[in-house]
Design a protein around this ligand. Sequence first.
Ligand code: KG4
Ligand code: ZN
Length: 338
Amino acid sequence: MKDMYVLGIETSCDETAASVVKNGSVIVSNIVASQIQSQKRFGGVVPEIASRHHVEQITLVIEEALKVAELQPKDLDAVAVTEGPGLVGALLIGIHAAKAFAFAHQLPLVGVHHIAGHIYANQLIQPMEFPLLALIVSGGHTELVLMESHGSFRLIGETRDDAAGEAYDKVARVLGLPYPGGPHIDKLAAESETPIEFPRAWLEPDSYDFSFSGLKSAVINYKHNHEQKGESVDPAQVAAGFQASIIDVLMTKTRKAAKEFGVKQVIAAGGVAANNGLRMSLERVFQEEGIPFYVPPIALCTDNAAMIAAAGSAMFVDGIRGNLAMNGRPGMPLVSWK
Ligand code: KG4
Ligand code: ZN
């Protein structure tokens, strides 16, 4: 059978990315131009600046993805692009580029949900087996999604306030760490063996929802109370306590859901899945449970276009097609495509 090549494009936040994936699971090229260095100055992502960076980078990144793949546009079977959710101005740059490319080269266009992309990053590592439970933890999302088959998504829990990554970034800012805070807290947390005890938001006993804003406030209060008394605060102890609380809740709810739904595979996805402490806890717990657990390498956990090409390939095979009326959908819900 002829090989299938899909070009993926991702610009939903602060990475301008393009990638070519073969047969839905083999990375042929994976180019990411990060804006972290320039967004760092502002302690977060400034939407207008993100859009400008995307405009500057998008053509170069797509050209590079094809060059590394040693392919011409005519060798491609489809173009997949993140349709939402994300920053609308940022999404639009990728979508316009994808539409222009698809139109110029007469290629089918596929609009991909960013979270479906994060989940399908796992397809680049290991074939997915169903029923499957996905824990998605990123800067904008904290979700537990049950999949009965390819293209079927059932949301069983989500955050009611801050996303896990958002909590990491906000607490990092309070501790005076650079943006994005996740990796810095992760590293600091490993340096303390006496974590501060912070609360865990379990919510109702049968709920798979999450809440992290109370934890964030607890960390801020802890720091302020100590500062008012003129006492010093050990950032490593705070980071370790904060991380322990986040991991405990994520791990406990994921474990409970995996057992309740009798899944064959558990996967983690999204930027926070790059967290060392979280990866180790989940690996240990699912080894105990005897349920296969997978998490992509760090470069495929944070935003990239290979994951968009992987999800787009699965959609393309199922006959899903977008058209030139495609628009950025900042609040796009994760709906099943079959
Ligand atoms: O998936 P992603 O790259 O972008 C979104 O779709 O949001 O996730 C970015 C988030 C940021 O909040 C960042 O702080 C967090 O992932 N992150 C981490 C780690 N690496 C990145 N959080 C905890 N530990 C890490 N090692
Ligand atoms: Zn993401």
